[in-house]
Design a protein around this ligand. Structure first.
Ligand code: 23B
Ligand code: ZN
Length: 264
């Protein structure tokens, strides 16, 4: 018999899924990639398996440290720089490894004017007022001339590693003025405090690639901030015995706050 005509599909075409504005925005939001967690770093897990080359696939703008916590890592325009314990800025090749770093393919979702900032508390307050979704992550870039800049670095450690707070008891501190460069910052919601530094975390690098490090305090006149709102988080978990064996729930976020901010 003649093959039956395929049944007419007289059903209405499937309704396109309803996407709310939020979903649409959600789909387009950026991703923050991080290797390991701040709690693992706090506990002295200073040897990661991730190379900077691998990290670079996940972003062009970021911060962190190097194995052995050998100085402060700043990533700008896809290049990695180490600010050393003795205050030198050196570019680092892609074979180096990191025990903790965050990166994103920086995408400006909004720019805003920042009024003069007398200290980091003031900067954090102004950026907080620009954060529309406090439970999203954010990345920031501010290029400008920083009237005062207080940064830190730390010395490469040897095994058996101490904890991060113990290392940072001997951090080196640098206070400079009128530094023109780029401030790179990340905002982590408090609910994610076991994964990343809750609140704001900034590293900086001068245009002449001579100064930088982890920012403890800063002041500057009016500037423009580029904001990258992030709606996705990717955490690469170290596949190391020490990571698997560790109890990563016992770090007090207050201890993280203490090592990340200016205590002097
Ligand atoms: C090495 C540390 O100082 C680090 C990762 O920059 C931080 O926790 O702030
Ligand atoms: Zn830092």
């Amino acid at each position: 018999s003649a093959s039956a005509e395929p049944a007419k599909n007289n059903k209405q075409p499937a309704q396109a899924p309803v996407t709310t504005t939020a979903n649409k925005v959600q789909e387009n939001k950026n991703t923050l990639f991080q290797y390991s967690t701040i709690n693992a770093l706090m506990k002295g897990q200073f040897d990661g398996e991730m190379t900077l080359g691998e990290l670079n696939k996940h972003g062009d703008t970021g911060l962190g440290t190097f194995n052995g916590v050998d100085g402060e890592l700043t990533q700008l325009d896809g290049k990695f720089y180490r600010y050393t314990y003795d205050g030198k800025m050196v570019e680092v090749g892609k074979d180096a490894k990191t025990p903790f770093a965050v990166t994103t393919h920086f995408k400006v979702t909004k720019t805003a004017k920042i009024q003069p900032v007398k200290d980091m508390t003031e900067l954090n307050k102004q950026l907080t007022s620009l954060i529309t979704n406090k439970n999203d992550f954010y990345a920031f870039k501010i290029h400008g001339t920083f009237k005062t800049l207080k940064t830190r670095s730390e010395e490469k450690q040897v095994k058996p590693y101490p904890t991060l707070p113990e290392v940072l008891k001997d951090q080196s501190i640098f206070e400079t003025e009128n530094v023109t460069g780029t401030l790179i910052g990340f905002y982590t919601p408090n609910y994610a405090a076991t994964l990343n530094v809750p609140g704001f975390h900034y590293h900086v690098i001068s245009d002449d690639k001579k100064k930088g490090g982890h920012v403890l305090n800063i002041s500057f006149d009016a500037a423009t901030v580029q904001i990258d709102e992030i709606g996705n988080l990717e955490v690469k978990l170290p596949q190391t015995k020490e990571f698997h064996d560790a109890d990563l729930t016992t770090v007090d976020p207050e201890d993280v706050h203490k090592v990340e901010t200016d205590q002097q």
